[in-house]
Structures are given as C-alpha cells and as structure tokens.
Design a protein around this ligand. Structure first.
Ligand SMILES: [Zn+2]
Length: 393
C-alpha cells in the first residue's frame, strides 16, 4: 500500500478535468486539448482520431519514443450525465472535502474516470524520466459510456501506425484491485411493422405489439434457459448470462390495431458465452414469424438495429500484465467486475489487458460521485512504479 501523498499537480489536473463538462453527447475537445498541450510541452506528440463530425477525439501518445513497444494506459474522457440526480454539490465543482471514506474529490467523472487520466498526465514527465525499458502509451477515448465507440477508431489507428503494444491497463474504478474479467453488454432495438385496422377487423391487420410480444417472450425464454442451463462462472454477482427487455413502445388507441411497435433489449454475456449467437437466435425467431405477417401485409416484418456491442473481457491471473498491475498496486489478489469496459476491445486486438484504477464503481454514475485522495495517491504510486518497472510482469 502506498504511503505517498498525492502530488499537488495530480490533484490539480484531476480537478481541472472534472470541471470540464464532457458528458458523452458533448464535445470532449477541451479535455483532449488540455492533454495534448501538456504532452506537447514535454515534447510528446499526440495522434488524434476523430468522430465523423470532428466534435470529439481520441488521443494516443507514446512516452518513450524509440523504446520497444510497451504498456497502454487507457481511459475514457466522457462521463454520464447528472440530470435528475440529487447532488448536494455542483457536479462540475471538483470540490475536495470530507466524504464517507475520508478526504475526497467530488464531481462527475471523479471516480469514472477522469482522475486516472489526470494522474497519468500529471506524471508524464516522471514516466519520460523513468527507467522502464518499454514505452508507455496514453490512450484516451471518447464515447465509452454510450457503447465504447471512440476506442475502436483509436485501436484501428494504432494498428495502422504499426504500434504493437504488449499490454494494456484500463483505469476504470476497481479500487486499485486488478480485474481480469467482465461480462459483455450487447444492446439492440427491434422495430416491428404491422398493418393497422379498426380493432373490429383484426383478420385484416397485423398487430405489431402482439408480434413484438412474441419476440419479447423469446428473449425471456432465452434468459430462463441461461439461468437453468449455462455453466456457472463463479465470481460474478450473477454467474450466468442475462437477457432483458428495457423499453417497449407501441399503440395509439384502444380501438386501433397497432401498426408499429418497438422494443429494446440487451444481453450481458459471460466471457465464456457467445452474444452474437444469442442475437442470431432472436433474429431467426423473428424471421420465422414474418411469413405469417406478410400474408396479410407484404411489408410487415422486423427490423433490428444495433445500439451497442461491448465485448466481454477475459484476462488471465497469470498474464504478465496482471502480475504487473498486482505488483504496482500492491495487491495480491484479482477481482471480476460487473460493468463493461474497453478492456475486451483491447484484448480482442491481441493486447493482454487488465482493468485497474482508483475509486469504486459504487460511486460511479451516482449523485455526489467521489474518489478518495487515498485512492488517488495509490494510483499515483502505481504510475511511479510503472515509470520505473524493469519489466512487464
Ligand atoms: Zn468508466
């Protein structure tokens, strides 16, 4: 456990980042500009990759250019919103005050996960001066919270640039305990087109709600089958895959057979399960209903849209990057987490990955989100250790 105090610069950077409003549907360019300018002042060049509108960017920078490929320090720059939540402090205040667990930094993104990015940036100079024989890459992404969209561009660009990192540390809040697995999050929208009619003339109609309900029933049946039959994966709160319908809309009046209905559903698949096959089962089931619908109305049927596909993540207890994180964090164990992260995307790109960062997911997305200064000090000690680490492992 680190006894190091938190540096003034790390805290100041964390406060500066929390004060920038970067909820996912807003631009993150203020934060990216801050990071790029700071790195540029140290002679480090940044690669930016943009969204289509050029309102948001990812930043990728290599500290220790010329050293062999190294370790990615990864964080997302966006946050969830706070509208409708009962905050007792201004979510953008970045106020430091006593909290439930001692002196803490309060504000949206303080735990999830601007502080991690801030501590990395604040220690860039330290990393550049460090003895580690490998490079350290900063990878800061946009739009993680709404589906891990930005990081896909970043990973593709990294590959195009010929950068071949050996390991990745995703600094999501795990209370500095290395996490080696999480479930995936796969969300879809199903739009059902039927045929409307006066409700006294049902044989001439296709009831979109009723057809949607059959597919909803299929999702429910699958969820029950996961619970009944899937091999258990111990360590997760729910040790099997789950499926659930989150929204359902349809209908305009009691005496009109509805033409349109729409619902949204998700799978949270175990690292050992196959979410694409799950979605295919739903699509196949819906396609099986279409011939009957189309006998009444040729254009009736189902349309599926992907909302997000965040793959599950499965690292390894014995992966060098896991051992590295354990050593730097001063933790002997590992954990699993219940939330989705970018880790699966890095892992699927062939980069051994671990999730380890300051703060608790209990505070993430909550009103009065905070991270303790003690956690931030541990994270800073972690960065110092990385800067001087003789090896990855
Ligand atoms: Zn996060």
């Amino acid at each position: 456990m680190s006894q190091l105090p938190l540096s003034d610069r790390a805290l100041a950077f964390a406060q500066a980042l929390v004060r920038m409003n970067t909820i996912s549907d807003r631009s993150n360019l203020e934060l990216i500009g801050f990071a790029r300018d700071h790195l540029a002042s140290l002679g480090v060049k940044s690669r930016l990759t943009w969204n289509a509108e050029r309102t948001k960017a990812n930043l990728f920078a290599t500290l220790g250019e010329g050293k062999p490929a190294g370790v990615i320090v990864s964080g997302h720059t966006d946050t969830v919103p706070w509208e409708g939540q009962a905050w007792t402090v201004d979510p953008l205040s970045a106020i430091v005050q006593d909290g439930p667990e001692g002196l803490s930094l309060f504000g949206r993104g303080s735990a999830d996960m601007k502080s991690f990015i801030a501590i990395a940036l604040a220690n860039a100079e330290r990393i550049l001066a460090g003895n580690a024989p490998f490079a350290v890459h900063f990878a800061f992404s946009y739009e993680e919270e709404i589906g891990c969209f930005g990081v896909r561009e970043l990973i593709a660009d990294m590959r195009d640039a010929g950068v071949r990192p050996l390991a990745c540390i995703v600094g999501e809040p795990t209370s500095m305990v290395p996490a080696i697995a999480h479930k995936g999050v796969w969300r879809y929208r199903c739009c059902v087109r039927g045929k409307e009619a006066h409700s006294s003339l049902t044989p001439h109609s296709v009831n979109a709600i009723e057809m949607a309900a059959r597919v909803v029933g299929k999702v429910r049946d699958m969820a029950e089958a996961f619970e009944r039959e899937e091999p258990r994966y111990d360590g997760f709160d729910v040790p099997f895959s789950t499926a659930s319908v989150g929204q359902f809309h349809g209908g305009i009046a009691d005496n009109v057979v509805p033409r349109d209905a729409e619902f949204r559903y998700e799978f949270r698949d175990l690292p050992t399960a196959d979410a694409r096959a799950m979605q295919q089962q739903v699509v196949d089931y819906a396609r099986g209903l279409e011939p009957g619908m189309q006998r009444v109305a040729p254009d009736a049927g189902f349309r599926f849209e992907t909302i997000c596909e965040i793959p599950s993540f499965l690292g390894g207890r014995d992966d060098p990057v896991t051992r590295l994180a354990q050593r730097l964090a001063g933790e002997a164990g590992t954990t699993l987490v219940a939330f989705g992260t970018e880790a699966g995307l890095f892992k699927n790109a062939g980069i051994p990955t671990v999730v380890c960062g300051p703060g608790s997911i209990q505070q993430a997305h909550q009103p009065d989100e905070y991270v303790t200064l003690a956690q931030l000090a541990r994270c800073e000690a972690f960065m110092h250790g990385l800067a001087d680490s003789a090896e990855i492992g």
